[in-house]
Design a protein around this ligand. Structure first.
Ligand SMILES: Cc1ncc(C[n+]2csc(CCOP(=O)(O)OP(=O)(O)O)c2C)c(N)n1
Ligand SMILES: [Mg+2]
Length: 297
């Protein structure tokens, strides 16, 4: 498991190009900055369509969504054939590209345990094309394809628990992170970087445009997501070893997370209660797994 990074260990060198072409308060840009700072220059980044995709200074390749897993595999295998173990094959993908359109190819790469590092910035919709529903969209969130009206209450389904889907592939390393906990995030990148095999890091990356909150509040929104148990920070190794990295004595009510975001403003008290019960029940399971130090399927 990763060990929390201390301030002096954080590289001063930036790995991304700034200023980029991102919106104000873009959580994904923060995720890219923190990730590529720690990855350093010896990286080949694979990109699929998403925003913002101008990010790293390192050489990059690109493909269609469905080619994310296969192309990353090609880079990793070519590096191996050339004996360049010093260079890492890394993906920087969106939630749509990871949980929906690119899922099949990535799952196969995970099953083959390819030597790749997938970093997903999860902004809970297809933001680059206008905020359509993705497998990352949470229940009741209004998206541009989940209308709010008398017969529709926003997203009708809960978001995919992608970390556990990948855990079913018994891959070496899976972790969740948040832009509001940068030392934890960077420690996980540092730890995952040198592991051999398929590793994936899922970073909650708030999007002020799609989530509809004040762009100055990105870190506050991200932090309350973690503190309310909506986005727990954890690691899973070899498909079963489990560790919760942030365990508050008491969870904050989910209203602290939901309230600032206009994508949830239509929710009734009953709907908010439903999500509170769902979140608390899941949190209990995470606490149990942390106590047992493993997840049990
Ligand atoms: C097969 C295919 N379908 C749809 C698109 C259009 N498209 C380009 S970017 C994008 C959104 C990507 O969403 P996500 O992966 O969540 O990344 P984000 O833009 O939110 O960062 C879509 C749907 C495409 N390029 N290829
Ligand atoms: Mg997205």
């Amino acid at each position: 498991m990763s060990e929390r990074m201390t301030r002096p260990q954080i590289p001063l060198e930036e790995g991304v190009i700034t200023p980029g072409s991102t919106c104000q308060g873009c959580g994904a840009a923060m995720a890219a900055r923190l990730t590529f700072k720690v990855m350093g220059p010896n990286v080949i980044r694979h990109g699929i369509p998403c925003c913002p995709d101008q990010s790293s200074k390192s050489p990059s390749t690109g493909s269609v969504f469905e080619g994310g897993g296969p192309c990353l595999t090609g880079t990793a295998r070519a590096l191996k054939a050339l004996g360049r173990t010093d260079i890492k094959a890394i993906a920087f993908f969106g939630d749509g590209g990871t949980y929906d359109i690119g899922f099949g190819g990535l799952m196969s790469a995970a099953q083959r345990n390819e030597n790749v590092f997938v970093v997903t910035k999860d902004n809970e919709a297809y933001m680059n094309t206008g905020g359509q529903h993705s497998g990352g969209s949470p229940k009741y969130a209004e998206t541009t394809t989940d209308a709010v009206g008398p017969n529709s209450r926003g997203s009708p389904v809960h978001k995919i628990n992608a970390a556990f889907a990948f855990a079913a592939m018994n891959i070496p390393y899976i972790a969740t992170a948040s832009v509001a906990f940068p030392e934890d995030l960077m420690a996980k990148v540092k730890y995952a970087k040198d592991i051999e095999g398929f590793r994936i890091l899922l970073i909650q990356s708030p999007c002020p445009v799609g989530w509809r909150y004040d762009p100055a509040k990105t870190i506050e929104v991200a932090r309350s997501g973690v503190q309310s148990g909506i986005w727990p920070l954890y690691e899973i190794e070899n498909g079963s070893s489990f560790k919760l990295n942030y365990k508050p004595k008491e969870l904050k009510p989910i209203t602290e997370y939901l309230k600032p975001q206009a994508r949830f403003r239509h929710m009734t008290e009953t709907e908010v209660n439903e999500i509170q019960v769902y979140t608390t029940a899941k949190w209990e399971k995470y606490l149990k797994a942390d106590e047992l130090k493993q997840i049990v399927f």
